[in-house]
Design a binder for this molecule. Structure first.
Ligand code: SF4
Ligand code: SF4
Length: 378
Protein backbone atom coordinates (compact mmCIF):
# COMPACT_ATOMS: atom_id res chain seq x y z
CA UNK A 1 0.00 0.00 0.00
CA UNK A 2 1.46 3.45 -0.89
CA UNK A 3 2.83 5.38 2.08
CA UNK A 4 1.15 8.79 2.31
CA UNK A 5 2.60 9.92 5.64
CA UNK A 6 5.16 12.30 4.07
CA UNK A 7 2.21 14.16 2.54
CA UNK A 8 -0.53 13.90 5.15
CA UNK A 9 1.73 15.29 7.89
CA UNK A 10 3.43 17.81 5.62
CA UNK A 11 3.05 20.80 7.94
CA UNK A 12 5.37 19.26 10.54
CA UNK A 13 8.03 18.50 7.89
CA UNK A 14 7.64 21.93 6.33
CA UNK A 15 7.88 23.81 9.64
CA UNK A 16 11.04 21.93 10.63
CA UNK A 17 12.59 22.74 7.23
CA UNK A 18 11.58 26.40 7.50
CA UNK A 19 13.10 26.64 10.96
CA UNK A 20 16.38 25.24 9.67
CA UNK A 21 16.33 27.56 6.63
CA UNK A 22 15.67 30.56 8.87
CA UNK A 23 18.45 29.64 11.26
CA UNK A 24 20.84 29.67 8.31
CA UNK A 25 19.85 33.32 7.76
CA UNK A 26 18.11 32.62 4.46
CA UNK A 27 14.91 34.52 3.55
CA UNK A 28 11.42 33.02 3.31
CA UNK A 29 8.99 34.59 0.85
CA UNK A 30 5.26 34.17 1.44
CA UNK A 31 3.27 33.96 -1.80
CA UNK A 32 -0.49 34.00 -2.54
CA UNK A 33 -0.72 33.04 -6.17
CA UNK A 34 0.68 30.66 -8.76
CA UNK A 35 1.76 33.64 -10.85
CA UNK A 36 4.59 34.04 -8.33
CA UNK A 37 7.62 32.69 -10.27
CA UNK A 38 9.10 29.97 -8.05
CA UNK A 39 12.23 29.69 -10.22
CA UNK A 40 13.15 33.38 -9.90
CA UNK A 41 12.41 33.54 -6.17
CA UNK A 42 14.57 30.49 -5.50
CA UNK A 43 17.38 31.67 -7.77
CA UNK A 44 17.43 34.86 -5.67
CA UNK A 45 18.07 32.77 -2.56
CA UNK A 46 14.60 32.79 -0.98
CA UNK A 47 12.26 29.87 -0.24
CA UNK A 48 8.72 30.56 -1.50
CA UNK A 49 5.83 29.15 0.54
CA UNK A 50 2.11 29.45 -0.03
CA UNK A 51 0.15 31.52 2.48
CA UNK A 52 -3.34 31.27 0.92
CA UNK A 53 -5.89 31.10 3.74
CA UNK A 54 -8.04 27.97 3.44
CA UNK A 55 -9.82 28.01 6.79
CA UNK A 56 -12.80 29.82 8.25
CA UNK A 57 -11.21 30.50 11.70
CA UNK A 58 -9.55 33.92 11.12
CA UNK A 59 -12.30 35.38 8.90
CA UNK A 60 -14.24 37.15 11.67
CA UNK A 61 -11.12 39.10 12.64
CA UNK A 62 -10.39 39.96 8.99
CA UNK A 63 -13.88 41.40 8.57
CA UNK A 64 -12.98 44.16 11.04
CA UNK A 65 -10.78 45.64 8.27
CA UNK A 66 -12.15 44.13 5.05
CA UNK A 67 -15.66 44.09 3.56
CA UNK A 68 -17.63 40.95 4.51
CA UNK A 69 -18.47 40.62 0.81
CA UNK A 70 -14.85 39.78 -0.07
CA UNK A 71 -14.12 36.16 -0.99
CA UNK A 72 -13.23 33.86 1.92
CA UNK A 73 -9.75 33.19 0.54
CA UNK A 74 -8.79 36.86 0.80
CA UNK A 75 -10.38 37.26 4.24
CA UNK A 76 -8.82 34.07 5.57
CA UNK A 77 -5.38 35.02 4.22
CA UNK A 78 -5.56 38.50 5.76
CA UNK A 79 -7.10 37.13 8.97
CA UNK A 80 -4.11 34.84 9.50
CA UNK A 81 -1.79 37.80 9.01
CA UNK A 82 -3.48 40.04 11.57
CA UNK A 83 -4.14 37.35 14.17
CA UNK A 84 -0.61 35.94 13.91
CA UNK A 85 -2.06 32.43 14.04
CA UNK A 86 -0.35 31.00 10.96
CA UNK A 87 3.22 29.79 11.61
CA UNK A 88 3.93 30.00 7.88
CA UNK A 89 3.04 33.71 7.86
CA UNK A 90 5.17 34.24 10.97
CA UNK A 91 8.14 32.57 9.27
CA UNK A 92 7.80 34.72 6.14
CA UNK A 93 10.29 37.59 6.00
CA UNK A 94 8.79 39.11 2.88
CA UNK A 95 5.55 38.86 0.91
CA UNK A 96 5.31 38.55 -2.86
CA UNK A 97 1.89 39.90 -3.86
CA UNK A 98 0.33 40.33 -7.27
CA UNK A 99 -2.28 42.42 -9.07
CA UNK A 100 -4.76 39.68 -9.90
CA UNK A 101 -8.26 40.35 -8.52
CA UNK A 102 -9.38 43.69 -7.07
CA UNK A 103 -10.05 42.33 -3.58
CA UNK A 104 -6.58 40.90 -3.24
CA UNK A 105 -4.95 44.11 -4.51
CA UNK A 106 -6.67 46.22 -1.87
CA UNK A 107 -6.05 43.63 0.86
CA UNK A 108 -2.32 43.72 0.01
CA UNK A 109 -2.25 47.46 0.75
CA UNK A 110 -3.17 46.62 4.34
CA UNK A 111 -0.93 43.57 4.53
CA UNK A 112 2.01 45.70 3.40
CA UNK A 113 1.76 47.49 6.77
CA UNK A 114 2.61 44.19 8.50
CA UNK A 115 5.54 42.81 6.46
CA UNK A 116 7.78 44.06 3.61
CA UNK A 117 5.67 43.40 0.51
CA UNK A 118 6.45 43.52 -3.19
CA UNK A 119 3.51 43.88 -5.56
CA UNK A 120 4.05 42.24 -8.95
CA UNK A 121 2.13 44.10 -11.66
CA UNK A 122 0.48 41.64 -14.03
CA UNK A 123 -1.09 42.59 -17.33
CA UNK A 124 -4.75 41.58 -17.58
CA UNK A 125 -4.41 39.99 -20.97
CA UNK A 126 -2.17 37.14 -22.07
CA UNK A 127 -1.63 37.93 -25.70
CA UNK A 128 0.54 40.47 -27.48
CA UNK A 129 4.15 41.59 -27.09
CA UNK A 130 3.09 44.64 -25.00
CA UNK A 131 1.66 42.37 -22.29
CA UNK A 132 4.77 40.19 -22.31
CA UNK A 133 7.13 43.19 -22.09
CA UNK A 134 5.10 44.67 -19.22
CA UNK A 135 5.26 41.39 -17.31
CA UNK A 136 8.94 40.89 -18.07
CA UNK A 137 9.66 44.32 -16.59
CA UNK A 138 7.60 43.29 -13.56
CA UNK A 139 9.79 40.21 -13.12
CA UNK A 140 12.93 42.37 -13.26
CA UNK A 141 11.47 44.58 -10.52
CA UNK A 142 10.73 41.49 -8.45
CA UNK A 143 14.30 40.31 -8.94
CA UNK A 144 15.60 43.68 -7.73
CA UNK A 145 13.43 43.52 -4.61
CA UNK A 146 14.46 39.93 -3.84
CA UNK A 147 18.16 40.51 -4.41
CA UNK A 148 18.22 43.64 -2.27
CA UNK A 149 16.67 41.61 0.52
CA UNK A 150 18.75 38.44 0.18
CA UNK A 151 22.03 40.03 -0.90
CA UNK A 152 22.29 37.36 -3.62
CA UNK A 153 22.73 38.06 -7.32
CA UNK A 154 20.63 35.93 -9.68
CA UNK A 155 22.75 34.16 -12.28
CA UNK A 156 21.48 32.62 -15.52
CA UNK A 157 22.96 29.28 -14.40
CA UNK A 158 20.95 29.35 -11.15
CA UNK A 159 17.79 30.31 -13.03
CA UNK A 160 18.32 27.53 -15.54
CA UNK A 161 18.82 24.95 -12.78
CA UNK A 162 15.59 26.06 -11.08
CA UNK A 163 13.69 25.92 -14.38
CA UNK A 164 14.85 22.36 -15.03
CA UNK A 165 13.93 21.29 -11.48
CA UNK A 166 10.46 22.87 -11.49
CA UNK A 167 9.72 21.50 -14.98
CA UNK A 168 10.59 18.02 -13.72
CA UNK A 169 8.35 18.47 -10.65
CA UNK A 170 5.42 19.63 -12.79
CA UNK A 171 5.88 16.69 -15.16
CA UNK A 172 6.26 14.03 -12.45
CA UNK A 173 3.35 15.43 -10.43
CA UNK A 174 1.09 15.45 -13.48
CA UNK A 175 2.01 11.84 -14.26
CA UNK A 176 1.40 10.90 -10.63
CA UNK A 177 -2.03 12.54 -10.73
CA UNK A 178 -2.94 10.53 -13.84
CA UNK A 179 -1.95 7.38 -11.92
CA UNK A 180 -4.02 8.37 -8.88
CA UNK A 181 -7.06 8.69 -11.14
CA UNK A 182 -6.95 4.98 -12.04
CA UNK A 183 -10.19 3.23 -11.11
CA UNK A 184 -8.15 0.85 -8.90
CA UNK A 185 -6.51 3.73 -6.99
CA UNK A 186 -6.49 3.26 -3.21
CA UNK A 187 -6.26 7.03 -2.65
CA UNK A 188 -9.15 9.32 -1.79
CA UNK A 189 -9.50 12.80 -3.30
CA UNK A 190 -8.54 14.34 0.06
CA UNK A 191 -5.32 12.32 0.14
CA UNK A 192 -4.54 13.39 -3.42
CA UNK A 193 -5.21 16.99 -2.40
CA UNK A 194 -2.63 16.63 0.39
CA UNK A 195 -0.03 15.35 -2.11
CA UNK A 196 -0.65 18.39 -4.33
CA UNK A 197 -0.75 20.91 -1.48
CA UNK A 198 2.68 19.84 -0.23
CA UNK A 199 4.23 21.26 -3.38
CA UNK A 200 3.64 24.82 -2.19
CA UNK A 201 5.21 24.21 1.21
CA UNK A 202 8.42 22.55 0.07
CA UNK A 203 11.45 24.43 1.28
CA UNK A 204 13.59 21.88 -0.58
CA UNK A 205 11.72 21.09 -3.82
CA UNK A 206 14.20 18.32 -4.67
CA UNK A 207 12.92 16.44 -1.57
CA UNK A 208 9.34 16.88 -2.77
CA UNK A 209 10.37 15.56 -6.19
CA UNK A 210 11.88 12.50 -4.52
CA UNK A 211 8.67 11.90 -2.55
CA UNK A 212 6.40 12.06 -5.59
CA UNK A 213 8.67 9.79 -7.62
CA UNK A 214 8.59 7.29 -4.73
CA UNK A 215 4.79 7.48 -4.51
CA UNK A 216 4.55 6.93 -8.27
CA UNK A 217 6.67 3.79 -8.00
CA UNK A 218 4.60 2.54 -5.04
CA UNK A 219 1.37 3.04 -6.97
CA UNK A 220 2.73 1.28 -10.04
CA UNK A 221 3.71 -1.64 -7.80
CA UNK A 222 0.26 -1.61 -6.18
CA UNK A 223 -1.47 -1.86 -9.56
CA UNK A 224 0.50 -5.01 -10.39
CA UNK A 225 -1.64 -6.94 -7.91
CA UNK A 226 -4.28 -9.08 -9.56
CA UNK A 227 -8.03 -8.67 -9.03
CA UNK A 228 -7.97 -5.19 -7.51
CA UNK A 229 -11.41 -3.68 -7.00
CA UNK A 230 -12.39 -0.91 -9.36
CA UNK A 231 -14.13 2.14 -7.94
CA UNK A 232 -17.71 2.62 -9.02
CA UNK A 233 -19.35 6.03 -9.27
CA UNK A 234 -19.00 8.90 -11.69
CA UNK A 235 -15.70 10.72 -12.22
CA UNK A 236 -15.74 14.45 -11.55
CA UNK A 237 -13.47 17.23 -12.76
CA UNK A 238 -13.48 20.04 -10.20
CA UNK A 239 -12.67 23.47 -11.62
CA UNK A 240 -12.85 27.04 -10.25
CA UNK A 241 -11.27 28.73 -7.23
CA UNK A 242 -8.42 27.15 -5.23
CA UNK A 243 -9.37 24.74 -2.42
CA UNK A 244 -7.31 23.17 0.33
CA UNK A 245 -7.29 21.51 3.70
CA UNK A 246 -10.02 23.38 5.57
CA UNK A 247 -12.04 24.39 2.52
CA UNK A 248 -12.59 20.99 0.96
CA UNK A 249 -16.25 20.51 1.91
CA UNK A 250 -17.44 20.10 -1.70
CA UNK A 251 -14.85 17.35 -2.28
CA UNK A 252 -15.86 15.62 0.97
CA UNK A 253 -19.58 15.71 0.18
CA UNK A 254 -19.04 14.59 -3.44
CA UNK A 255 -17.00 11.57 -2.32
CA UNK A 256 -19.43 10.72 0.49
CA UNK A 257 -22.14 10.53 -2.17
CA UNK A 258 -20.14 7.92 -4.11
CA UNK A 259 -18.67 10.06 -6.91
CA UNK A 260 -14.93 10.63 -7.32
CA UNK A 261 -13.09 13.91 -7.81
CA UNK A 262 -10.38 12.55 -10.10
CA UNK A 263 -8.88 15.84 -11.16
CA UNK A 264 -8.86 19.49 -10.09
CA UNK A 265 -8.47 22.24 -12.67
CA UNK A 266 -7.59 24.89 -10.10
CA UNK A 267 -4.52 26.48 -8.53
CA UNK A 268 -4.31 23.95 -5.72
CA UNK A 269 -4.57 21.17 -8.31
CA UNK A 270 -3.36 20.77 -11.87
CA UNK A 271 -3.61 24.33 -13.20
CA UNK A 272 -0.36 25.10 -14.99
CA UNK A 273 1.23 21.66 -14.57
CA UNK A 274 1.16 21.07 -18.32
CA UNK A 275 2.85 24.42 -19.00
CA UNK A 276 6.62 23.82 -18.98
CA UNK A 277 9.20 26.61 -19.18
CA UNK A 278 11.47 26.59 -22.24
CA UNK A 279 14.87 25.32 -21.12
CA UNK A 280 16.79 27.08 -23.89
CA UNK A 281 17.08 30.76 -24.76
CA UNK A 282 16.74 33.73 -22.39
CA UNK A 283 15.54 32.29 -19.04
CA UNK A 284 13.79 35.53 -18.01
CA UNK A 285 11.74 35.59 -21.19
CA UNK A 286 11.03 31.87 -20.87
CA UNK A 287 9.75 32.36 -17.30
CA UNK A 288 7.68 35.39 -18.32
CA UNK A 289 6.08 33.56 -21.25
CA UNK A 290 5.17 30.50 -19.21
CA UNK A 291 3.70 32.31 -16.19
CA UNK A 292 1.69 34.65 -18.37
CA UNK A 293 -0.13 31.63 -19.83
CA UNK A 294 -1.52 30.49 -16.45
CA UNK A 295 -5.28 30.40 -17.12
CA UNK A 296 -6.76 32.48 -14.29
CA UNK A 297 -10.13 34.25 -14.52
CA UNK A 298 -8.34 37.53 -13.72
CA UNK A 299 -7.17 37.44 -17.36
CA UNK A 300 -9.40 38.76 -20.12
CA UNK A 301 -10.06 36.75 -22.18
CA UNK A 302 -9.07 33.53 -20.42
CA UNK A 303 -9.24 31.03 -23.26
CA UNK A 304 -6.56 28.81 -21.75
CA UNK A 305 -9.02 27.64 -19.10
CA UNK A 306 -11.41 25.99 -21.55
CA UNK A 307 -8.41 24.43 -23.34
CA UNK A 308 -7.20 23.09 -20.01
CA UNK A 309 -10.63 21.71 -19.02
CA UNK A 310 -10.93 20.06 -22.42
CA UNK A 311 -7.51 18.40 -22.15
CA UNK A 312 -8.01 17.25 -18.55
CA UNK A 313 -11.52 15.93 -19.12
CA UNK A 314 -10.15 13.61 -21.82
CA UNK A 315 -6.95 12.55 -20.03
CA UNK A 316 -8.81 11.86 -16.78
CA UNK A 317 -11.82 10.38 -18.52
CA UNK A 318 -14.35 12.45 -16.56
CA UNK A 319 -18.13 12.08 -16.60
CA UNK A 320 -19.12 15.50 -15.23
CA UNK A 321 -17.74 18.90 -14.23
CA UNK A 322 -18.32 20.86 -11.01
CA UNK A 323 -17.31 24.54 -11.01
CA UNK A 324 -16.66 25.60 -7.42
CA UNK A 325 -16.45 29.35 -6.91
CA UNK A 326 -16.18 31.31 -3.69
CA UNK A 327 -18.83 33.89 -2.85
CA UNK A 328 -17.32 37.30 -3.57
CA UNK A 329 -15.05 36.03 -6.36
CA UNK A 330 -16.49 38.08 -9.21
CA UNK A 331 -14.11 36.89 -11.91
CA UNK A 332 -14.61 33.14 -11.39
CA UNK A 333 -18.35 33.59 -10.79
CA UNK A 334 -18.77 35.59 -14.00
CA UNK A 335 -16.60 33.16 -15.95
CA UNK A 336 -18.81 30.28 -14.86
CA UNK A 337 -21.28 31.12 -17.66
CA UNK A 338 -18.55 30.67 -20.27
CA UNK A 339 -17.41 27.43 -18.63
CA UNK A 340 -20.98 26.09 -18.45
CA UNK A 341 -21.58 26.76 -22.15
CA UNK A 342 -18.28 25.15 -23.07
CA UNK A 343 -18.75 22.04 -20.92
CA UNK A 344 -22.37 21.46 -21.92
CA UNK A 345 -22.13 22.38 -25.59
CA UNK A 346 -18.57 21.46 -26.61
CA UNK A 347 -17.69 18.63 -24.23
CA UNK A 348 -21.31 17.48 -23.86
CA UNK A 349 -20.83 16.77 -20.16
CA UNK A 350 -23.14 17.55 -17.22
CA UNK A 351 -22.16 20.76 -15.40
CA UNK A 352 -22.88 22.09 -11.92
CA UNK A 353 -21.91 25.52 -10.60
CA UNK A 354 -21.58 25.79 -6.83
CA UNK A 355 -21.07 29.17 -5.18
CA UNK A 356 -20.24 28.90 -1.51
CA UNK A 357 -17.83 30.00 1.22
CA UNK A 358 -15.70 28.32 3.89
CA UNK A 359 -18.46 27.93 6.49
CA UNK A 360 -20.19 24.62 7.15
CA UNK A 361 -23.66 26.23 7.25
CA UNK A 362 -24.72 25.08 3.77
CA UNK A 363 -23.31 21.53 3.82
CA UNK A 364 -26.72 19.81 3.84
CA UNK A 365 -27.99 22.07 1.07
CA UNK A 366 -24.87 21.25 -0.95
CA UNK A 367 -25.40 17.55 -0.33
CA UNK A 368 -28.92 17.74 -1.79
CA UNK A 369 -27.73 19.62 -4.90
CA UNK A 370 -24.71 17.40 -5.52
CA UNK A 371 -26.76 14.23 -4.96
CA UNK A 372 -29.32 15.35 -7.56
CA UNK A 373 -26.49 16.25 -9.96
CA UNK A 374 -24.82 12.85 -9.58
CA UNK A 375 -28.13 11.05 -10.19
CA UNK A 376 -28.63 13.08 -13.34
CA UNK A 377 -25.08 12.46 -14.56
CA UNK A 378 -25.06 8.69 -13.93
S1 SF4 B 1 -6.98 31.63 -8.99
FE1 SF4 B 1 -5.80 33.24 -10.06
S2 SF4 B 1 -5.39 34.75 -8.46
FE2 SF4 B 1 -5.97 32.83 -7.41
S3 SF4 B 1 -4.03 31.74 -7.05
FE3 SF4 B 1 -4.82 31.05 -9.00
S4 SF4 B 1 -3.79 32.33 -10.52
FE4 SF4 B 1 -3.61 33.36 -8.57
S1 SF4 C 1 -10.85 33.21 -5.25
FE1 SF4 C 1 -11.31 34.90 -6.67
S2 SF4 C 1 -11.69 36.72 -5.37
FE2 SF4 C 1 -10.69 35.13 -4.12
S3 SF4 C 1 -8.51 35.63 -4.24
FE3 SF4 C 1 -8.91 34.13 -5.86
S4 SF4 C 1 -9.38 35.34 -7.68
FE4 SF4 C 1 -9.52 36.71 -5.92
Amino acid sequence: MPDLRPFTSFSEYALAELDEWHNQGRPIAGVYCIYAPTELIRAAGAAPISLCGKKQDPIREAEKDLPAAFCPLIKSSYGYAVTETCPFFSFSDIIIAETTCDGKKKMYELMGEIKPLHLMHLPHTQSGEAALTYWLNGLRELEKFLCEYSGITVTEEALHAEIVLQNRIRKELYELMVLTADKRSPLSAKEILAVQECKSFSVHPENYLEKIIKLKAELEEFYKQPDLNEKEGIRILLTGCPVGKGSEKVITVTEELGAHVVCMENCSGLKGLTLPIAETGDPYEAIARRYLQVPCSCMTPNRGRTDSISELSKTFNVDAVIDLTWIGCHTYNAESTIIRRFVENELELPFLHIETDYSESDVEQLRTRIEAFIELAE
